[in-house]
Write a protein that binds this ligand. Structure first.
Ligand SMILES: [Zn+2]
Length: 252
């Protein structure tokens, strides 16, 4: 049984033999857990809050730390259930008629008896782009990034946009550059801020001088593989894998 206990962007863990593991049993704290999904293999739950709660040997760690720590299959499951929990928390009432919804956990959606409507988790597409110029790529530092973190240009797709239009718009808005030669790279479910699907592209610099939107980006420039100024905050991310690929292809 895999016990995944999530609270906001955190997951419950304990220390076992000098490493961090998910709880092998949660029977000692079952009185405070609110189940959100139960199957033969999984017990997934949340709690109301962490104030004045005795978690015993357990404690919460941030999702970014957890994603770097656990193997990729388990990290993907934690991301999935964290997002499912966020969906339930924000859909307690029907968006159509305002009545209280019912959790249909087996099918992973909420149902409104009052107006007979079903609501399924919404996924928010976002793009991320690795922009190449000669033997360099563009690395940027967002204003809210952890210290020394750098990543690629990314942003949400807006209503009415294609993915490619979103890639070009975000690049122009955030750093003032025009790009072309877009190619699909890959995608990843991503829990920040919630329910994102990150869709990765590579692109080539076309024209323009770097001009930062300082409400979002505090630094950006083109760097060779050996000069990359910082890394994304977790190596679980698609950003990290896209940068690794560039690094591994370029290093001598
Ligand atoms: Zn309703």
């Amino acid at each position: 049984m895999i016990n995944i206990i999530v609270y906001k962007h955190q997951v419950l863990v304990k220390n076992t033999d000098n490493s961090i593991t998910l709880p092998d049993t949660v029977s000692g704290i079952s009185n405070i857990l609110i189940p959100i999904y139960v199957s033969d293999n999984h017990f997934v739950a949340t709690i109301n809050d962490t104030i004045n709660i005795n978690l015993g040997e357990f404690y919460f760690i941030g999702l970014r730390q957890a994603l770097s720590h656990f193997n990729i299959e388990l990290a993907k499951q934690i991301v999935y259930y964290q997002q499912l929990n966020e969906y339930y928390l924000t859909h307690k009432f029907c968006g159509r008629c305002g009545a209280k919804t019912i959790l249909r956990a087996i099918n992973k959606f909420v149902y409104c008896e009052s107006c007979n409507s079903e609501n399924y988790p919404h996924i928010a597409p976002s793009i991320i782009v690795r922009i190449h110029k000669e033997d360099k790529i563009l690395m940027a530092r967002g204003v809210n990034f952890p210290p020394e973190s750098y990543s690629l240009i990314a942003g949400f797709v807006e209503i009415g946009e294609s993915l490619e239009e979103a890639v070009k718009r975000e690049t122009l808005e955030e750093i003032g550059l025009e790009i072309d030669s877009l190619n699909y790279w890959g995608s990843q479910s991503w829990p920040y801020p919630s329910n994102s699907l990150m869709i990765g592209y590579t692109a080539k610099y076309k024209s323009g001088e770097i001009k930062l939107d300082t409400t979002e980006i505090e630094a950006a420039d083109f760097y060779r593989a050996t000069e990359i100024p910082g890394r994304p905050s977790t190596n679980f991310s698609i950003a990290s894998r896209m940068i690794d690929e560039f690094y591994n292809n370029q290093k001598i």
